[in-house]
Design a protein around this ligand. Structure first.
Ligand code: DGY
Length: 321
């Protein structure tokens, strides 16, 4: 019998990553790429020393408590770890790692796409062409909001937020931000810091959300905070759906308080609030922030780097607990 470390890989991963896993580990792959239920996850973990989950697997306190004693590490194929109860993992002595940095550029690209797409009503124009309903050019039809020179507020000026700011400067945008702590001047690069979300919001023609989902950020965007945005503002979310109160965002999009929203992440994915689909002023993507070939490979190899470190007795680079 092989003495290689047994790793449960909960979702299909890029081929190069699976090849490396197959070479160096006894990997249990998910060839159907289905999302395992909690019971399946626990059953399939029997005898495994490590799990490589994605954000689609909910490793709640209950699931973690029921994992077999053999499991020593959870090396998530994600930067976000709101799907893992870190306290429960720590209590069981299970090491948890994530994959920061490698998806910054790809996620900022999608935030830019959402910002431009929502502002310029991209999906409405595309829909006209695909459904052969483009009657004629018009000087007054499909008028969007111009992006160039406007104010962009960034909620969460971490790695992705800083790249978003850099890209937006290419559109001559004035950058404002709120973050738990102020960045040093060289990383601020001229961005205007606000000491609270409430202070930031009145300065945002566009608001792009880049903070992690935590109990503190839960439903930060709600009726009250939306009320502080200028009329006609545009909201972009590439972080997590949980930062947004859907009822309140939908009400603001319906009333015209907000001009539009560009969303890549949702509460309850993939069963999103169906009202988003009915709104003409939403530009919606299915959680593809990190979905480039380069980034998904890099995420996989970063998860492997952590896994390798743990099972060769070194400190993993991205250890969270
Ligand atoms: C992440 O890495 O957190 C992305 O949202 C994909 O899971």
């Amino acid at each position: 019998m092989s003495d290689k470390t047994i790793v449960l890989v909960t979702r299909q991963l890029p081929q190069a990553v699976e090849d490396r896993l197959a070479r160096d580990y006894t990997a249990r792959f998910n060839t159907e790429d289905t999302v395992y239920s909690s019971d399946e996850l626990i059953r399939l973990s029997a005898g495994a020393q490590a799990i490589i989950p994605c954000h689609t697997e909910k490793l709640t306190a209950d699931v973690i408590q029921r994992l077999p004693d053999t499991v020593r590490a959870i090396c998530s194929f994600s930067v976000g770890v709101d799907h893992i109860d870190l306290g429960a993992a720590k209590a069981r002595g299970i090491i948890v790692t994530n994959t920061p940095e490698v998806l910054n550029d790809a996620t900022a690209e999608i935030a830019m796409l959402l910002m431009l797409g929502a502002a310029r009503r991209a999906h409405e124009g595309e829909h006209q062409i695909r459904t052969d309903r483009w009657a004629d050019w018009s000087a007054v039809a499909q008028l969007g909001a111009q992006v160039t020179g406007k104010r962009l507020g960034i909620l969460g000026m971490g790695r992705v937020g800083q790249i978003m700011a850099r890209r937006a400067r290419g559109f001559d945008m004035e950058i404002h931000y709120y973050n738990r702590s102020r960045l040093p001047a060289e990383r601020e690069a001229g961005a205007i810091y606000h000491e609270s979300l409430e202070q930031l919001l009145p300065h945002c023609d566009f608001l792009s959300i880049h903070c992690p989902a935590t109990p503190e950020s839960h439903h930060l965007l709600n009726a009250q905070s939306i009320g502080l945005l200028p009329d006609g503002a545009i909201v972009v979310n590439t972080a997590r759906g949980a930062v947004v109160n859907d009822d309140d965002l939908i009400a603001a999009l319906r009333s015209g308080k907000l001009f539009a929203a560009g969303l890549d992440v949702f509460n309850g994915e993939p069963d999103i609030d169906p009202r988003y689909r009915e709104l003409a002023n939403t530009f919606l993507l299915p959680h593809v922030g990190s979905a480039t070939r380069e980034t998904r490979d890099a995420m996989g190899f970063r998860a492997l780097e952590n896994l390798d470190a743990i099972f060769t007795g070194s400190e993993p680079r991205d250890r969270l607990v």
